[in-house]
Write a protein that binds this ligand. Structure first.
Ligand code: HEM
Length: 420
């Protein structure tokens, strides 16, 4: 880390949130920035501010007037480049809007992700988790990511949206590949193609619901009006794609981290097996410590002071929720997983108006997966040589593979989906 010598004394760090170094050492890097330079400039990806402590992350996330989420895809001269660094080629949905537009376009989705709606769908989440366990339970072997933590959230989200689950594996693989590959990797354009293929399939299903509405979420949204006008088609498509990406990869990452942690800490696993009432608090601690969405971007809309740094209009800012969640001033012994930590006001789901709309849904989905593992394959043993982390940590941090063995058992029911 160095400080430039110009009169502003801009703090600079040589940190790239997409690099392998960050993927492997994010906790150390983020914590080392807290005391010394919680707001610091990185020259990677065209230059951006990295904000890593709780106070300043909260300040930026809650000030959507000075720190905008807007993405002006059609106007390359605009500094407003959305929530991705590097910038995404397409506009996402309402996540890339500021109030009051954001409020108008988020509202119609709200009741679908409220606690009551999530509770109604929870039995189905549990059924899908059970089916995935059943597929492997007689073999005594499981890849906790490939066989379980990836499929369950994919099936759950696709079903909930009302999309076909026929190609769920293709969808799930495409999203995990895209989010785990560095944009400079020669395979990246192929990954983007995979994402566009999902996008094209979603458009076909949207057209189908327009002519033949069903009782599902997509049909409802297609026929939703905002201020007397239909929900704009491209925006709706962006929102659906966001729900797929947001719902699939994040929950997969959370579950992968948790299963790996519990595999390596059998005493704590036993505690959760013996005392299920501890699982809710444990879920919050996993969210804090592993923060699946590490960081998300904003654009500065007017010259602004953040801590002791002067930010200029048009500059890009990366707010590190993962950093805020490791801030000692907010979380004593932040570097320890404390399963019953209280209070635990983590920002893994974000802060401010863009706070995750799917938070209840994600918690219920994760709990269904956790309960099933703790109850049906409680003695799983991780095969350390198979543990493979995402090589690049961009928006989402996670694992590609975690294989484990366990005592085989009889399946409970015929499987709903094949593992292949
Ligand atoms: C463990 C799982 C999850 C984590 C850690 C997570 C994290 C986040 C975070 C940090 C944000 C804030 C983005 C910002 O400030 O710009 C967010 C927003 C969002 N999330 Fe999640 N998310 C999760 C699961 C889900 C699920 C299951 C869904 C939907 C099925 C979802 C859909 C969304 C959407 C649509 C937004 C945009 C909200 C807005 O802009 O108003 N997420 N999420």
């Amino acid at each position: 880390m160095s400080h430039s010598s110009d009169f502003v004394q801009r703090a600079e760090v040589d940190v790239d949130h997409m690099s392998l170094d960050f993927a492997r050492n994010s906790h150390e890097i983020l914590q080392s920035m807290h005391g010394r330079c919680p707001v610091a400039w990185s020259n990677h990806h065209g230059g951006y501010w990295l904000v890593t402590d709780y106070k300043h992350v909260a300040e930026v996330a809650r000030d959507d007037r000075r720190f905008s989420s807007v993405h002006e895809v059609a106007d390359p001269s605009s500094p407003l480049r959305g929530v991705g660094i590097p910038e995404a080629a397409q506009h996402a949905g309402f996540i890339e809007m500021d109030p009051p537009l954001h409020t108008r376009f988020r509202k119609p989705w709200q009741s679908w992700f409220a606690p009551a709606a999530t509770r109604r769908f929870e039995p189905r989440m549990r059924e899908l988790a059970r089916a995935r366990c059943d597929d492997v339970i007689e073999s005594g072997r499981i890849d906790l990511v490939h066989d379980y933590a990836a499929p369950v959230p994919a099936l759950v989200v696709l079903e909930y949206l009302g999309l076909s689950t026929e190609n769920w594996r293709e969808t799930s693989d495409a999203i995990h590949s895209l989010l785990s590959t560095h944009p400079a990797d020669p395979r990246f354009p192929e990954m983007v193609k995979g994402w566009h293929k999902i996008g094209a399939q979603v458009r076909v299903e949207m057209d189908d619901r327009r002519s033949r509405p069903r009782g599902d979420l997509i049909s409802s949204m297609i026929h939703t009006e905002i201020d007397g006008e239909a929900y704009p088609e491209d925006l709706l498509h962006g929102d659906i794609m966001d729900f797929i990406a947001g719902g699939v990869d994040t929950t997969t990452a959370l579950a992968s981290f948790a299963f790996l942690y519990l595999g390596r800490h059998p005493d704590e696993r036993q505690l959760l097996i013996d005392e299920p009432m501890r699982r809710d608090a444990a879920c919050e601690e996993f969210l804090r410590y592993f923060s699946p969405i590490t960081a998300i971007a904003r654009t500065v809309t007017e010259d602004a002071q953040l801590g002791d740094q002067s930010l200029r209009k048009g500059e890009r800012v990366m707010i590190c929720f993962a950093g805020a969640n490791l801030d000692e001033s907010e979380f004593p012994r932040a570097e320890e997983v404390i399963l019953d930590r209280f209070p635990n006001r983590h920002s893994a789901f974000g802060l401010g108006v863009h706070r995750c709309i799917g938070s209840n849904f994600a918690r219920a989905d994760f709990r269904a997966m956790l309960d099933e593992v703790l109850e049906r394959i409680p003695d799983y043993r991780i095969e350390e040589s198979t543990v493979q982390q995402y090589p690049a940590i961009g928006k989402v941090n996670g694992y590609l593979s975690i294989e484990a063995t366990f005592t085989p058992r009889k399946r409970r029911r015929a499987s709903a989906y094949s593992t292949t």
